[in-house]
Every structure is written in C-alpha cells, then in structure tokens.
Write a new protein. Structure first.
Length: 239
C-alpha cells in the first residue's frame, strides 16, 4: 500500500555486502523512513541473503533513531536472471577475464533489472528516493555500476512510471578504504565492526574462513578488493 507520508523516505538496495550495508547506514542518517530490498537471482554466493536480517538487527541497535526509521524489508525472487546468465556468479565455473574484456562475474543486465524491480517496490510504497552501493572507483569494470548508467536509470524510471525518483549512490567516487572510513564516521567503531563481522562480499560464498577484514575465501576478486581496501584503511588509521 502506498503511504503518502513516505514520499521523502528511501528504499535501499541491500544485498548484505559491505557497500550496501554502508549505504543503508548512510540512508538511516538522512531519511525519516528507510526500507530495504534484496534480490534472489540464483547467485552462487546466496549466503549474502542469509546475513541480511542479522545486519539489520545490529544496525538498529546502534542508534534509537535508526530503530524508528528502519522499516520493512522486501525480498524479490528473480531466479530467471540466474537461469539465463552464464556467469561465474550464477554457475559453478572459474572466475576469469572474458573476450569481452569484462570478468566472468559480470551478470549482464543485473543492476538494470534490480533498479526496475526496486522502482516498482518504491512506487508501491510511496518512496521517492532509492539508495544503492554502486561505485566507479573500486569495481571490476561492470558497465551497470557506472555513474552514467545510474543517471540513465533514474531518468528511465521517472519517465516510465510518471513519478520523480532520485537515486543516490554515496559510494560512487570513493574506494574500499574510504568505504571503511565512511562506516566509522557514520557509526564509529561499532559500525565498522558490523561491516567486518556480519557483511558478506566473497563471490564463493565462503563463511568458513575469517580474516581481519571479514569472512571469505581470500582469493576471489571481491575478497582481494576488500582485503586491500582494509589494509589501506588500517594504514591510514595508524598515521
């Protein structure tokens, strides 16, 4: 049901990863009402969906305002995306660079589809703002993470639904180290600890191996990016 009082609220595309968790925290400091949406698409690292409720619980325990602001969580099943995608994130195949120049972890159309469904949820819930963790600074060359793509999606959603949406990407121009730093600025050490302990980035879905920067296989591109970002973050903190 659409709630007209939600118009200045936000819907956060929340996967359970580092970037989306920091983006959710960012939204909780800015909007009076925040809801979340996650997507089941047959992803190999489906564990990311499992960690989401725990992250939400721990976030609202950090600040009484956040507890009153955080609203419903929506989970959208789009298994058909995984069924038509021959990628390392939707099949048990090796992660490698492809002839297109993109890594095999690129799921064509994924973020475009996510935004289309998120827009439909936001429309139904009366939420004007959407928040997502896409980033051009630390990414694998995914074209659907680019700022131009996000701006185009904002325009398309507004035209297609005849309602003005605003898409926020607070991490677009910062690297992983700065994302750790942003978490600490928003919620201090407790929030940084939640990001390390609870969020999941590993493409292999590995929650058996614990590192200083969090859980993961330590070998996939997502783990390597997170690990190098954490090292840079810690080095900056020691200065």
């Amino acid at each position: 049901m659409t709630d007209p009082d939600n118009s200045e609220g936000a819907l956060v595309l929340f996967s359970g990863g580092q970037d989306s968790t920091v983006s959710l925290s960012w939204a909780l400091t800015r909007f009076p009402r925040v809801e979340t949406v996650g997507f089941e698409y047959g992803q190999r690292h489906g564990i990311e969906m499992t960690v989401r409720p725990r992250i939400r619980e721990r976030l609202v325990a950090l600040d009484p305002k956040w507890k009153t602001r955080l609203g419903e969580d929506h989970v959208v099943n789009i298994d058909s995306l995984g069924a038509i995608s021959e990628t390392s994130l939707t099949r048990n195949v090796q992660i490698e660079m492809t002839t297109s120049g993109l890594p095999s972890t690129f799921v064509p159309g994924r973020n475009l589809i996510f935004f289309a469904f998120a827009g439909a949820v936001a429309y139904r819930r009366g939420l004007r703002h959407m928040v997502a963790g896409m980033c051009e600074t630390d990414y694998s060359g995914y074209p659907d993470c680019r700022d131009d793509t996000i701006k185009a999606m904002q325009l398309a959603l507004g035209l297609g639904m005849d309602r003005r949406f605003v898409i926020h990407t607070p991490l677009m121009w910062i690297d992983k180290a700065a994302t750790f730093e942003l978490a600490e600025r928003i919620g201090g050490k407790p929030l940084a600890e939640i990001v390390i302990e609870e969020t999941h980035s590993c493409y292999m879905g590995d929650r058996a191996h614990k590192h200083e920067w969090g859980y993961g296989c330590g070998e996939c591109p997502a783990c390597q990016l997170r690990a190098s970002g954490y090292e840079k973050y810690k080095a900056g903190a020691r200065k």
